[in-house]
Design a protein around this ligand. Sequence first.
Ligand SMILES: Nc1ncnc2c1ncn2[C@@H]1O[C@H](COP(=O)(O)OP(=O)(O)O)[C@@H](O)[C@H]1O
Ligand SMILES: [Mg+2]
Length: 146
Amino acid sequence: MNYKTSSEQQMIELGKKIASDFKGGDIVLLYGDLGAGKTTLTKGIASYFGIDEVVSPTFTLMQEYKVSKSASTQVNKLVHIDTYRLEEESDLVEIGAEDYLGEENTICIVEWPEKISTILKGKKIVKIEIKHEAEDERTISMSFRT
Ligand SMILES: Nc1ncnc2c1ncn2[C@@H]1O[C@H](COP(=O)(O)OP(=O)(O)O)[C@@H](O)[C@H]1O
Ligand SMILES: [Mg+2]
């Protein structure tokens, strides 16, 4: 599936829209350069699940949210991982990320997933690629891998 957005707000709206297709246990991988809009899209997805404030996990690596409003059945947790400053995959394992990846009732969103390819190997994923085309223009492609 391919999409195009021309503003930050449109990217948030897209996040809300695609979030309705996500199920508990999904691992959503966000590929794209710095400033592509990965965190912005995450805000939209989080908003769909009733989470209004997304704190960037750039320094904490991982941020966990309780899904208050059950927009979708069987999703009670949203985990946002940002590996931008991660040095070794094992550092993420140490803070318990592996327990969340693919866990029932939990949706994980990962920025910079290329840095944790070993951890993600063989897991069922939703892959989203964001390309920064021009100033505010972004193209987004999404595919499901079972
Ligand atoms: N169409 C768009 N989609 C997403 N962000 C956009 C768009 N147009 C401009 N922006 C701006 O680009 C930046 C994206 O930042 P962010 O979401 O943090 O990127 P990333 O997490 O990929 O590094 C924000 O400053 C946002 O306002
Ligand atoms: Mg980001």
